[in-house]
Design a protein around this ligand. Structure first.
Ligand code: NDP
Length: 363
């Protein structure tokens, strides 16, 4: 392929991949579930059709077939990462404009509407495609392809001299994505799904930011030589990651099961709740140590990935966990405000029972 032509294809690649994911999301068999968010001005819960994990495997297999047959090199997405990022940035912008502009204003500020969106839960064909779930799906799958391609670039460059830590970080990020799509239904019970609208933040965020920025620990290190990180240190880094995963996945699952069945025992933890006769809040297990221990888990997981890549003095990889701190600390404050409004005096009781926001005994 000519260089200029390859650059154009690199620019358009995310768009093509997202369209392929859209087709698979529509066509591949999925399971219908009832979510947690309700239809606008109604108490009726939205329905969703989920098949993310199947779509992920099909796209990765397709991509592997394309590379295996020699149509594209295994590290093609790395070679054209800047073009791909530019394409995703432009497509994300167009997507946000198309989803926001034709709809009725929600606030007086156009900028606020553009950033946060106007539609709450846009769906096609009665939930066969849900805009939010599709956005998270394209972000996750594009990130997966980038991560694999970046790791292959390292292998192509260094062969037998490759860093074990790069492959470990690739494995952990892959685990993070497979875990997310395995528990796709649990995601229906999260803030983005029931409290946010679809605008630039979510649309551009999932189309452009998520698949490229989350790859930054690898993006910034795969072209660097072997780090000689000792195996015990790599094992410790993986332990850090899985400790974070236990906190995050554990808290999210405990809340999910509690919302579905308030009496269900999870990991041997019998739910303990406070109630006002109308609403209930969990106060034990993961939710008894801090009010958002899942956020701490997310930050710890990201730290584990950075430790694996083996360049602790390089700033770029650290932007990944730092981004989580910048995202999740203000989000906890917003969520606290939202919950104080929703739960009233019950929330104050919860604050007394669980005084820590994110880090038990510290913050
Ligand atoms: P939570 O899953 O913590 O959800 C907060 C909501 O849960 C509250 O608004 C309230 O909603 C309910 N809630 C809070 N406390 C209690 C309680 N004690 N008992 C029962 N219900 C409670 O936060 P998010 O939705 O923000 O995050 C979900 C997950 O996604 C987290 O693990 C987070 O780290 C992760 N995440 C990952 C990102 C990534 O890029 N990888 C980005 C952002 C988040 P209500 O009462 O209305 O049910």
């Amino acid at each position: 392929m000519q260089q200029s032509m390859a650059q154009i294809v690199g620019f358009l690649a995310p768009l093509g991949i997202y369209f392929y994911i859209f087709l698979l999301n529509v066509l591949v068999p999925g399971r219908w579930v009832t979510g947690y968010a309700t239809k606008t001005n109604s108490t009726e819960k939205l329905r969703y059709r989920l098949n993310g994990i199947q779509v992920l495997f099909i796209v990765v297999l397709t991509w592997s077939a394309v590379c295996y047959t020699g149509l594209l090199p295994w590290d093609w997405l790395y070679t054209y990462r800047w073009q791909g990022l530019a394409g995703a940035v432009i497509f994300g912008l167009i997507f946000s404009v198309v989803l926001v502009l034709p709809n009725a204003p929600v606030t007086k500020s156009f900028l606020a509407d553009f950033y946060l969106g106007r539609l709450e839960n846009p769906q096609l064909w009665g939930g066969r495609i849900d805009a939010k779930m599709w956005l998270y799906l394209v972000g996750a799958i594009m990130l997966q392809l980038n991560v694999l391609s970046f790791a292959m670039h390292h292998y192509i460059l260094y062969g037998a001299q490759s860093s074990t830590g790069i492959f470990l970080a690739t494995g952990l990020l892959t685990f993070f994505l497979i875990d997310y799509l395995t528990f796709e239904e649990v995601h229906l019970y999260t803030y983005d799904l029931f409290a946010e609208r679809v605008g630039f933040k979510l649309g551009w965020g999932c189309i452009a930011f998520y698949p490229y920025f989350y790859a930054i620990p690898l993006w910034s290190t795969v072209a660097l030589p072997y780090t000689h990180t000792p195996v015990p240190l790599l094992a410790l880094s993986a332990l850090v990651f899985f400790t974070g995963w236990c906190l995050s996945r554990g808290a999210n699952l405990q809340k999910y099961f509690f919302k579905k069945d308030p009496n269900r025992v999870f990991l041997g933890i019998t739910p303990e709740a406070i109630a006002d006769g109308n609403k209930t809040l969990l106060v034990n297990g993961f939710w008894g140590h801090s009010r958002h221990i899942n956020y701490l888990g997310e930050i710890v997981m990201a730290t584990g990935v950075v430790l694996c890549v083996g360049h602790p003095l390089l700033l770029w990889p650290w932007l990944y966990p730092l981004y989580y701190v910048a995202l999740l600390f203000p989000r906890q404050i917003d969520d606290d405000k939202r919950c104080a409004l929703k739960y009233g005096p019950l929330w104050n009781e919860y604050l007394k029972r669980v005084p820590y926001r994110i880090i038990p005994y510290v913050y």
